[in-house]
Write a protein that binds this ligand. Sequence first.
Ligand SMILES: [Fe+2]
Length: 366
Amino acid sequence: MFRVPTHVMMEPGCVGELPSYLEARFPGKMLVVTDQGVRRTEWFTELESGLPDGARIVDGIEVNPKADTIDRLASEGRQADIEVVVGVGGGSVLDAAKAIAMLLTNDGSIAQYEGRNRFSNPSAPFIAVPTTCGTGSEVTWVSVVSVPSTGSKISVKGDGMFPKAAFVDADVLATLPTPLIASTGMDAMTHAIEAFISRVNNPASDALALQAIRLLIQHLGPCVREPNLGDHRAHVMHASTIAGMSFGNADVGAVHCLSEGIGGLLDHPHGLLNTLLLVPVLRYQFTEIRDRLKIISTFLGAPRPEALLDRLDHMISGFPIGSWADLAIPTDAFGDIASSAAANGSNSANRRTMQAIDYFRILESL
Ligand SMILES: [Fe+2]
């Protein structure tokens, strides 16, 4: 099955149409969820000036959004009779806003809804404005939430959680720091590649994944070096959204299982972890995914799948994002991370059967 019920606007400058869209379609009492970095930008100030009087803005979403923050904001939102949620930010903000929208119509706390379709009522209308080029959350039904008390990340998903609309505006990347363009862009690359090599792919997810990979291979490097070149920026932003449509209908795999295991325990940023893990994890699974990688590399005009991995490695090594060693992941955490990765809901989507020992070996090799 393939579906994307979200209305998707994909034009540079389209964020300017958000206030009139909201007024026409979702005129209810509004909560805008963002973070402090986005709130400081000029374009957000302009957007804010067009929102209806009484729109409530919260900017306290942290990296890897925490269950307690989401529960608190949802409780405040219920008390304030919020009817519509707008998320403006990267993956952390969009996942938090999506979770809050679900909790506005379903009592309790986010952790009790872990899994698929565990809630009864459809979310309050949720509109997503991505401000990074990686998450894909603007077109998926899933919210990934950190639960610090257990050192893990949980996925909450359901038919009622798809955003009503996404405003994908590449112009907002102009204010995104270069290392974040690189790491979130590689998160998008990881979404596309993992969707394509997933066991649960389909022809539509494949088509979107291939196009996303091609756009990112061609345009992410130039976009990192020259973020103000509009064409590169737009291609990268659009690749991120179509990669989201792809993995939302096919799943991710071992890279995400491992990065979520690390992120849940140690709070490192998701995109950065995926960027650093992508090639080592693909190499670990190479025998089982070789045929799928060959289709990607042929599509890109260089049939040897080994060359694709070398090309990705080369691309990543040129990005200003630091190294694996900088993350200082303690070796005594490897066991817990590996167990968490193996228990991830996406682990079954891998073509190579991945057990905790496999994730442990990858960590040891890094
Ligand atoms: Fe991701």
